[in-house]
Design a protein around this ligand. Structure first.
Ligand code: NAI
Ligand code: MG
Length: 330
């Protein structure tokens, strides 16, 4: 079966790390047809639009999308693209790897963040001069959906520990609805979990990250806490992510276009290749996904590494090493 994957490199190092990731995908036995599509600052300069209609259509029609990064048009590109693929869950693993200098070397946490509502629903108004309000949207459907996804992710990926972040002591009705929904889903599935106030959780994540596994979060909490954990495990060049919907998904490195190093061929391709590994898993190829992830891990431990990790290798050197490692594992 051939999978159709939309490839949107975007700007800056997106145009360097996404080709690295597609090279790795091509080297796997999985049958993928790539459809390239344009988006970002350069696309806007050329066409007047950061996200052309064709790119939307390509992403909507594909089985999955691999996205790099966009520059100042990032919000005009990635937010609509996440919507185009119908994603509701933002999956952000924060893992430390052997050989990589990290604040917390024993971290393996996956944040499952609700991606459609909460305080990011975009409902803001000015009710009087100098007074503005924001409406937080919490729906039972979205809460149950993210809880289902989070618990099932934990079960499928071998995480025993599930933590649910909230602030229901203050946001009683909205986070109250969230916690009730999580409880219903938890009971239905017969699983146990703990709840944690998100502010205290931020402290515990820093002090004892090794005690956490899957963390299910409302939108804003997931955004902040996953960035916090990213800081614990080392550079941005290592963090992949997924935006998952019922029947489509988009995968992207967490980092941006890195204008300070763009064009030099020195970007770390690990985040993009690990995003490609998540894409393989989503397409139903968990063994190949693991092989790609393991090859990246080995190269991170043994080198070569790019300058962000203290090495002198190029994006291509690291990609070559990952490909060589995958061949050894065959
Ligand atoms: P950034 O992630 O592009 O860079 C932050 C720092 O990390 C820089 O020093 C950069 O060199 C380094 N870095 C990032 N990825 C790296 C990699 N793969 N290898 C080696 N070093 C890496 O974030 P910044 O500087 O805040 O934003 C730059 C541009 O990217 C902005 O225009 C912003 O709007 C855009 N951006 C886009 C995102 C997206 O499309 N999803 C996400 C974040 C930022
Ligand atoms: Mg963020």
């Amino acid at each position: 079966m051939t999978h159709e994957v939309a490839v949107v490199p975007g700007d800056g190092i997106g145009t360097e790390v996404i080709p690295a990731a597609t090279r790795v995908l091509r080297a796997t036995p999985v049958d993928i047809e790539f459809v390239r599509a344009a988006a970002g600052d350069e696309t806007r300069a050329e066409t007047g639009e950061a996200l052309p209609e064709r790119t939307r259509q390509v992403a909507a029609a594909a089985d999955a999308t691999l996205f790099g990064a966009a520059g100042e048009t990032a919000a005009d590109v990635i937010l609509p693209l996440r919507e185009v693929v119908g994603s509701f869950a933002n999956v952000r693993p924060a893992r430390s790897y052997p050989g990589v200098d990290a604040l917390a070397p024993a971290t393996d946490i996956v944040f499952i963040r609700e991606n459609t509502e909460g305080v990011y629903a975009g409902i803001e108004s000015e009710i009087a001069e100098g007074v503005r309000t924001l409406t937080r949207v919490t729906t039972e459907t979205a809460c149950e959906r993210i809880a289902e996804y989070g618990f099932s992710y934990a079960a499928q990926n071998g995480y025993d520990q599930v933590t649910v972040a909230h602030k229901a002591n203050v946001m009683r009705r909205t986070d109250g609805l969230f916690l009730d929904a999580v409880q219903r889903v938890g009971e239905r599935r017969g699983v146990s979990y703990e709840t944690a106030l998100m502010d205290a959780l931020a402290m515990h994540l820093v002090m004892r990250p090794e005690e956490y596994g899957v963390v299910i979060c409302p939108n804003l909490a997931g955004d902040v806490l996953s960035d916090l954990a990213a800081g614990l495990v080392g550079g941005l060049g290592l963090l992949p992510s997924a935006n998952v919907g019922p029947d489509n998904a988009l995968f992207e490195p967490v980092h941006g276009t890195a204008p300070d190093i763009a064009g030099e061929g020195l970007a770390n391709p690990a985040a993009a290749i690990l995003s490609a590994s998540m894409l393989l898993e989503h397409l139903g190829h968990p063994e190949t996904a693991t092989r790609v992830g393991d090859a990246v891990k080995t190269v991170l431990a043994e080198g070569p590494t790019t300058p962000d990790l203290g090495g002198e290798a190029t994006t291509d050197d690291v990609t070559d090493a990952v490909l060589a490692e995958m061949e050894m594992e065959l």
